[in-house]
Design a protein around this ligand. Structure first.
Ligand SMILES: CSC[C@H]1O[C@@H](n2cnc3c(O)ncnc32)[C@H](O)[C@@H]1O
Ligand SMILES: [Zn+2]
Length: 444
């Protein structure tokens, strides 16, 4: 007779999409969780030895690794819809930077982050990479919501809401890193130089030194628009990727967002430093920035994850939409329907996303020993039937509203669409207050 093992949480009966090295999909599967970890994954027949305080019956549902948003600016949810249908430079310099100068405070950042966490939990995101201002507040609110995040304090060469100079920004970033760097269960602090066109080489070097000193990730917007390529060529005589290499900002645990304006010989530079790429197709389409060479970067061995970018350039934080868009965008630009199949974009939102953010040893797949970050998704809506192929159903026919249950670090954040860690009504009220404030600020 087999001994019984008591665990905290047992999910049984669902189709478990492991995203492990063999990409195993277990039709009648189970997942056992104890503390913050997955302790076993297998077929329902093997689940018999486990007893749990909480059992979730997932028959007819898909159980997947939590989705990973590799690039966003969470407080920008409060700027959603404020300035649409503009090119990057005009959008940033005429609308977003001025709106931020008037409105970004600790209080605003906390409110925007709460709204973002609510949206992300509801749409199946369990981990995100952020870069913004007042990141200690973002970290605090994220931890309370129960989500996992890499939280990057922005460094930029002009006065911003939390730092008048990049030196002040760097000192602030160091304090923030010191507060969170020793093994926090959910928050990984990071340094986030905004971009090569807003940070001088000295600023970029100081950011790299700080990241190396504390062994934390470095997050940067890179090669996003042709205006960036022109500016960097004019200023430094090199294109953006060779420029950042020459300056010395590429290095351990770098995460570069966008990476659109590339030439094939530049992939080797990114590969040399193991740079993870955050592909943000919806933001890139909306700002008409261009189309990143994702199939080529993947073929060159780069880890490419998926990001939404901020809600002011997307305009949501929905990775199900982002998967659908990524799969279709690359087909249409190449006139090749075989490029970026559903399985590939599902990888980008899970295990490849984890590789891109340098966390694949801990998250991105459902395997014993990994952190228990997973979602349970209904796949029985008429719109998803008859469901011949699960990756296809998830990428092309599933909506974020089909996400029913979300677990991060072994803790339930949403069960059967009921949010357990945030006060949804209070967030709606708070958002309405900020809407009025932001509108008024723009009339002054
Ligand atoms: C480093 S984040 C802070 C800074 O970046 C701005 N921002 C938001 N989205 C983008 C983007 O796609 N490219 C460049 N800059 C962006 C944001 O408004 C903050 O000021
Ligand atoms: Zn961005």
């Amino acid at each position: 007779m087999r001994a019984t093992t008591t665990v905290d949480l047992l999910v049984r009966g669902g189709t478990v999409v492991t995203m492990d090295a063999q990409r195993r999909v277990i039709p009648d599967g189970f997942l056992a969780v104890h503390g913050d970890r997955i302790v076993a994954v297998g077929t329902a027949a093997e689940a018999g030895q486990y007893r749990a305080k909480t059992v979730i019956e997932a028959g007819g549902k898909a159980v997947l690794p939590g989705l990973i948003n590799a690039h966003t600016h969470v407080p920008m949810t409060l700027f959603r819809g404020l300035a649409d249908d503009l090119a990057l430079q005009e959008w940033l310099t005429k609308f977003i930077f001025p709106a931020e100068a008037k409105n970004v405070t600790r209080e605003m950042v906390r409110a925007g982050t709460r709204l973002a966490c609510l949206e992300m939990i509801r749409s199946g995101t369990t981990c995100f990479v952020d870069m913004y201002y007042f990141e200690d507040d973002i970290a605090d609110v994220t931890e309370a919501a129960g989500l996992r995040a890499i939280v990057g304090q922005t460094i930029i060469d002009f006065p911003v809401p939390d730092a008048l100079t990049p030196q002040i920004g760097l000192a602030q970033a160091e304090r923030f890193i010191q507060k969170y760097k020793t093994g926090h269960p959910l928050i990984t602090p990071a340094v986030a130089p905004h971009a090569p066109y807003t940070c001088a080489p000295e600023t970029l070097i100081a950011c790299r030194k700080l990241a190396d000193k504390h062994g934390v990730p470095l997050v940067i917007h890179l090669a996003e628009a042709d205006t960036e390529t022109q500016t960097i060529l004019e200023r430094y005589g090199r294109r953006p990727i060779p420029h950042v290499e020459r300056v010395g900002v590429l290095g351990a645990r770098t995460i570069a967002a966008h990476v659109i304006q590339t030439q094939p010989d530049e992939y080797a530079i990114l590969k040399k430093y193991n740079v993870g790429v955050a592909h943000c197709p919806q933001s890139n389409m909306k700002l008409a920035a261009g189309v990143a060479a994702v199939p080529e970067m993947r073929a060159a061995g780069l880890a490419v994850g998926l990001g939404t970018d901020g809600a002011a350039s997307n305009n949501d934080l929905d990775l199900f939409e982002e998967m659908d868009t990524a799969a279709k965008l690359h087909k249409v630009v190449r006139r090749d329907p075989t490029t970026m199949p559903a399985e590939a974009v599902l990888e980008m939102a899970t295990i490849e996303g984890a590789r891109a953010i340098h966390m694949a040893d801990r998250i991105g797949s459902l395997e014993a020993g990994k952190l228990a970050d997973f979602i349970i998704v209904d796949v029985s809506n008429p719109r998803q039937l008859p469901n011949y192929q699960l990756a296809s159903t998830l990428v092309y026919a599933t909506k974020s509203s089909d996400v029913e249950t979300v677990v991060v670090n072994g803790k339930l954040l949403m069960r059967d669409r009921r949010i357990l860690t945030l006060d949804e009504a209070a967030i709606r009220r708070e958002t309405a207050t900020f809407r009025t404030r932001i509108l008024e600020s723009l009339q002054k």
